[in-house]
Design a protein. Structure first.
Ligand code: 4NP
Length: 144
């Protein structure tokens, strides 16, 4: 799960999908930017997830590095800019094929997960709901 800062959207995506797939699959998240490396997710993401019974407080932001293409089968970009940045980092066609726009794979429509960083708690709630619905779709699609 990849966004820009790895503190708002992708930690939620990691926490929500990992909660649904349990120990069957490893889900992780990273950011295309490195400003927040080592930090906990944004307080608002932690709080929204906690209210829905998911603890993401142990996550720490990491910068996306190309070795992650080797470690994961699918690399989900939260928005088109993240997608384009990941394509730039891909070393091979095999890497490139792993990159998918998250909501497009879930719903068949190339929409972004909106960045809530400069928004309100309601924007974080909306992002949680969107990711919750999308991950339900993906689980049905891939029968994870
Ligand atoms: P995220 O949100 O990409 O969903 O983690 C952002 C977090 C930090 C910044 C931008 C977006 N930032 O500019 O520091």
């Amino acid at each position: 799960m990849v966004c820009l800062g790895n503190i708002c959207r992708s930690p939620l995506a990691e926490g929500i999908l990992q909660d649904k797939v349990g120990s069957k699959h490893l889900v992780c998240s990273a950011g295309t930017g490195d400003w927040h490396v080592g930090e906990q997710p944004d307080r608002r993401s932690v709080d929204v997830a906690k209210r829905r019974g998911i603890d993401i407080s142990d996550q720490r932001a990491q910068h996306f590095t190309p070795h992650l293409f080797d470690e994961f089968d699918i690399i989900y970009a939260m928005d088109q800019t993240n997608y384009n940045d990941l394509v730039e980092l891909a070393k091979t066609d095999e890497d490139r094929k792993k990159i998918k726009l998250f909501l497009e794979d879930a719903f068949g429509e190339p929409q972004p997960v909106p960045d809530p960083y400069y928004g309100t708690i309601a924007d974080f709630e909306a992002v949680f709901d969107l990711i919750d619905d999308a991950t339900d779709q993906l689980i049905t699609k891939y029968t994870f």
